[in-house]
Design a protein around this ligand. Structure first.
Ligand code: SF4
Length: 398
């Protein structure tokens, strides 16, 4: 059930959007603002992705990828012909592995869906975000409610794979009643998997500016806390398992690619702003112009195209714990013991475990948050990071 693999995953970023949504800080460019013509950009982009993959696979001796995720941006805006060329060059053959593509409702139709199936894509993740017309408008989403519903119908009839949808909690304009009604309508669509995110207001976004300028206000905290609790009950009653802080599914349709991240496996990220993590190194690509202009040697992992971060042993352990605790399984005992003995961990975390009893558990299967503890992930992590700091400060040789 729990995904494990020593083969890295692959992420390919497609930084193209029709327009920017108010809340989004992912790296993407508006298609209308691109200087060269679209076909040429898509072709050049395909060439660079193929080149970057070939250089990095050779450098790290990668023969294959365990899961593949095409994210963005809006990958469903990208040319099918170019996508096919990338799939052929990277030898992403239809197999048993999960291959996901993110789509938006307005750029999905039945022909595109068929082509995705033919390429071997077996999972679609659609940005629905809300079914409330007013909220969708405030978010700056291109597609309205009707378009989202039509695209969901297409996904429900898709034979080649499964699908997931993203939904946002507590956007300005929502209150407890409207949020729960929105969720009720969303659950009626019966997505096999969905991500239900609490809104994070990122600096530099239009949403942040509107909140700062007083044109918008966030929903009341206390009211939304109650809404969240009721939402979790509704979701459970609808037969969904909460297997990660924001991820829910039926019939164990877990996102294998995200599990690779949460289990701290290695991955290669291709394209601008895409991060890779290989061993104790993380390197993150720069912007689209740098990507398209990069000479071959600069796409190797130590090339100028990236910002590099060398992770210390403490960083790696902290990240493994932080990512692992996002899931209901937590981080396994064997993983913990590759750093410290179980008894040492018990001693090190004793006061934090006491403070968070009933929310944080350390036992013979590992360290994990309980179902009520998942909502306290950030606060628990603050204490765990202090514990790790203390330990590594006294044990500098580790
Ligand atoms: S939410 Fe998606 S479609 Fe909207 S700007 Fe961000 S990446 Fe583009």
């Amino acid at each position: 059930m729990l995904y494990t693999s020593s083969v890295p995953s692959l992420y390919i970023h497609f930084p193209f959007c029709k327009s920017r949504c108010a809340y989004c800080d992912f790296y993407s460019c508006s298609l209308a603002q691109l200087k060269a013509d679209r076909d040429k950009i898509f072709r050049d982009y395909g060439d660079k992705i193929i080149q970057q993959n070939s250089l990095l696979s050779h450098e790290f001796g990668i023969k294959d990828y365990s899961t593949v995720y095409l994210g963005g941006g809006t990958p469903s805006l990208y040319s099918l012909k170019e996508l096919e060329r990338i799939f052929a060059a990277l030898k992403l053959l239809p197999e048993e592995r999960e291959i996901t593509i993110e789509v938006n409702p307005e750029s999905l139709d039945s022909a595109r869906l068929r082509e995705y199936g033919r390429l071997g894509i077996n999972r679609i993740s659609m940005g629905v975000q809300s079914l409330d017309e007013k909220v969708l408008k405030a978010m700056g989403r291109i597609s309205g409610r009707e378009q989202a519903l039509q695209s969901v119908q297409l996904l429900k009839g898709w034979k080649e794979g499964t699908w997931s949808a993203d939904f946002i909690f507590a956007y300005p304009g929502q209150d407890k009643k409207s949020q729960l009604e929105d969720l009720r309508q969303f659950l009626a669509l019966e997505p096999p998997h969905f991500s239900f995110y609490s809104l994070t207001v990122e600096e530099g976004t239009a949403l942040h500016r509107r909140l700062e300028g007083g044109q918008l206000t966030l929903p009341d905290d206390e009211e939304m806390e109650q809404a969240w609790e009721e939402a979790l009950i509704m979701i459970k009653q609808a037969g969904y398992e909460r297997y990660e802080i924001s991820s829910f599914c039926r019939e164990e349709k877990y996102s294998q690619h995200n599990l690779a991240y949460w289990n701290s496996h290695d991955w290669i990220g291709l394209g601008p702003a895409a991060a890779s993590k290989m061993g104790g190194r993380r390197f993150t690509g720069k912007d689209l112009d740098s990507f398209l202009a990069s000479e071959e040697q600069n796409l190797l992992s130590r090339g100028d195209f990236y910002q590099e971060e060398i992770l210390s042993r403490e960083d790696i352990l902290a990240e493994e714990i932080m990512m692992g605790l996002r899931t209901k399984w937590g981080i396994g005992k064997e993983r913990l013991e590759s750093y410290l003995s179980f008894d040492d961990f018990s001693l090190l975390l004793a006061s934090t475990l006491k403070k968070w009893q009933r929310r944080l558990v350390l036992d013979r299967s590992g360290l994990r948050l309980t179902s009520s503890g998942l909502d306290w992930h950030s606060a628990v992590m603050v204490d765990l990071l202090l514990d790790l700091d203390k330990f590594f400060d006294y044990n500098t040789s580790l």
